[in-house]
Ligand binder design. Structure first.
Ligand code: AMP
Length: 361
């Protein structure tokens, strides 16, 4: 079976690497011919909204999936008319707009920070009055890794934030004074079977994921997160891997966002779970039984952002699994990651400290 992947970034590369043992073949579409995916499978080079390229990809494969969230929905609908497309295009549509996403969470009984839609400075003033300060002003669409966001601490921050972001539709969210951030990743198969991974504990800096530790054992939060995940999946008749990111505020989950795809906070599952998120995504969309999502130990994953540490030094850390995506270094760019899997939480924390010494902070 040949699977088309829209987007040939590292997520696409890792999907293909997980699919080869299952005898799947892959073809990518990406605007850049030297994307990470191009190292492992052929690539159709074209813009994500170029219908001719999308049709060329679709016609040459049995089904299509995507690893990139900013594919225009109208273009993907064209693909879905030609070949089965997973996850559902509607899940992508909602995930592309922070307001639609939070409205859906609300309808499904999933707590979110207070929020208001902002389309003018007058709206922003009203939103600040309703939500209170501090608050976070974000672009509704096309924001990722903390881009397109401003924290408003005092009233004097309102006008400059509007100046900086106000040319596009915005959302104002209450600032969540969170204890920690967690994510849950799960898969739902074409037959409705679902499985969830243990919660992952995530540390971000400047809006970019730096470190994930998993499993984050907390039976109450795990139950709540799995309930939220299942409700979102059932709502869409979902197929594939879905990620929900939460703040933990005073011991309770507050949803931040969803990603209808494999996720950086699930990279630990390659070595740290019985079945990786990448393999389970492929199993889910091809109608195969889902794999065991249990953790096999205590994992830590550290992202390489902007620069790569010396590979030999990373590999000198016992049990380190080094992943270099083959991308050119650039500030703020995710170039690779390392995962360690230990027998105990204490051993994992020791190894994590060693890794963090190698990674520029
Ligand atoms: P996002 O792009 O929405 O995932 O935001 C990136 C990161 O910014 C999050 O992982 C948080 O660390 C921080 N952040 C985003 N929204 C909020 C919020 N409403 N309150 C506090 N921190 C936030």
């Amino acid at each position: 079976m040949k699977i088309g992947i829209v987007g040939a970034g590292q997520l696409g590369q890792m999907l293909a690497l997980a699919g080869f043992p299952l005898a799947f073949d892959f073809r990518f579409l990406d605007s850049s011919a030297d994307s990470p995916g191009a190292r492992v499978a052929p690539i159709v080079t074209g813009a994500f909204d170029d219908l001719a390229s999308l049709r060329e990809l679709a016609r040459s494969v049995d089904l299509v999936t995507y690893e990139f969230e900013n594919v225009p929905v109208a273009a993907l609908r064209e693909v879905a008319a030609l070949r089965p497309c997973h996850p559902p295009v509607d899940a992508l549509r909602v995930s592309q707009d922070r307001v639609l996403e939070k409205q859906l969470f609300g309808e499904l009984g999933i707590p979110t920070p207070p929020f208001r839609t902002v389309d003018s400075l007058v709206d922003l003033e009203a939103a600040v009055a309703a939500v209170g300060l501090p608050a976070v002003l974000k672009t509704r669409r096309l924001g990722y890794d903390g881009r397109g966001q401003r924290v408003l601490k005092r009233r004097a921050d309102v006008a400059p934030a509007w100046e900086a972001l106000g040319s596009v539709p915005l959302i104002l969210e209450g600032f969540v004074a969170f204890d920690r951030e967690v994510s849950i990743i799960g898969a739902r198969g074409t037959n409705g079977e679902t499985r969830a991974y243990p919660l992952a504990l995530n540390t971000h800096r400047e809006g970019i994921l730096r470190v994930t530790v998993a499993p984050h054992r907390n039976a109450r939060l795990q139950r709540a997160a799995e309930g939220h995940l299942r409700r979102v999946m059932d709502h869409f008749g979902y197929t594939g891997v879905l990620t929900l990111e939460f703040f933990v505020e005073r011991g309770r989950l507050v949803a931040n966002e969803m990603a209808p795809r494999v996720h950086n906070s699930g990279h630990w599952t390659i070595e740290g779970a019985v079945t990786s998120q990448f393999e389970n995504h492929l199993r889910a969309i091809t109608g195969l039984p889902l794999g065991d999502t249990s953790a096999v130990g205590h994992s830590a994953m550290v992202n390489f952002i902007g620069t790569l540490p010396e590979r030999a030094r990373v590999l000198a850390v016992p049990g380190a699994h080094h992943h270099d995506y083959g991308k050119a270094p650039r500030p703020g760019r995710k170039l690779g990651h390392v995962t360690v899997v230990a027998r105990s939480g204490a051993e994992r924390d020791l190894l994590l400290r060693k890794l963090l010494r190698l990674v520029p902070r």
